[in-house]
Design a binder for this molecule. Sequence first.
Ligand code: PBG
Ligand code: ZN
Length: 325
Amino acid sequence: MNYPDYRPRRMRRTEGLRRLVRETRLSVDDFVYPMFVVPGTGVEKPITSMPGQFNYSVDKAVEAASRAADLGIPAVLLFGIPEHKDAVGSEAWKDQGVVQKAIRAIKKARPNLVVMVDACFCEYTDHGHCGVLQHGELDNDASLENLARASLSYAKAGCDVVAPSGMLDGFVSAVRESLDEDGFDQCAIMAYSVKYASAYYGPFREAVDSAPQSGDRRGHQMDYANVAEAVREAGMDAAEGADIIMVKPALAYLDVVRAVSDEINLPIAAYAVSGEYAMIEAAAAAGWIDKERIVMETLTGIRRAGSDIIISYHAPYAAALLAKK
Ligand code: PBG
Ligand code: ZN
């Protein structure tokens, strides 16, 4: 394989040749579209720091989910913003909670659309932490009990996948046991196995009003300097029965996606988070980058790093571009 006998440029000469030797193919089949559901009806409130994304009431969420389904997107990931927040986040497991209503309404309108639900308490607690506090600290095992309760209520409402996101120790076993005990052995778990304590979640916390009132999440989310620990976390969740392992954020963590996907024989999801979306949107709005090309390049990079599934606010935009080609 030496020049001049081998000339790599030969296979880059035309789009036809490039298509033949392309190693990574981005498909609408890879996408999950995250959505924020709020109380009320007819609500479609723009999220300022995430242009093009909205807080939807259930009726509007059904419309948005249907548009995603029409574009061929296989799955949505729901976040609920409750009517009232309290110290333990009890609305998270209310049968008539906003996210439970959204699950039922979306599954009714679009039975074939996969409905995933984020299961955590930071959107539901008045202090903004991901579970029950004990002397100002997150009480792991007490929070697990509530997580099991909330997950069960999402399964009862008809979701296909529960996605526990709090990075609590033992959260996959707790959810799996609770689902199995009640006969929901077919409800899958997508574990936020490798979730970093990241400034990239800034716009999301505005969208769901979940910034911690005091302190931060570094006691449970991972230190962004670590990767061996990521493989360890993913291995634990796989052993506890996770069906999909997630790495989050995506763009600054592609080496982590690679390390985890090399080690773990399960589908790997990468979550391109709110800050990643906001950076692209802001630079594109300023005319500093070409949005179409940046979005495709970024999503392809996330796949090339070894993810099977990409969770992205750009999913409908990218799906429309892929359909055009
Ligand atoms: C926690 C949760 C967060 C995100 C998804 N689930 C935020 C956090 O840990 O503060 C971030 C998503 C994003 O930034 O797009 N329920
Ligand atoms: Zn949380």
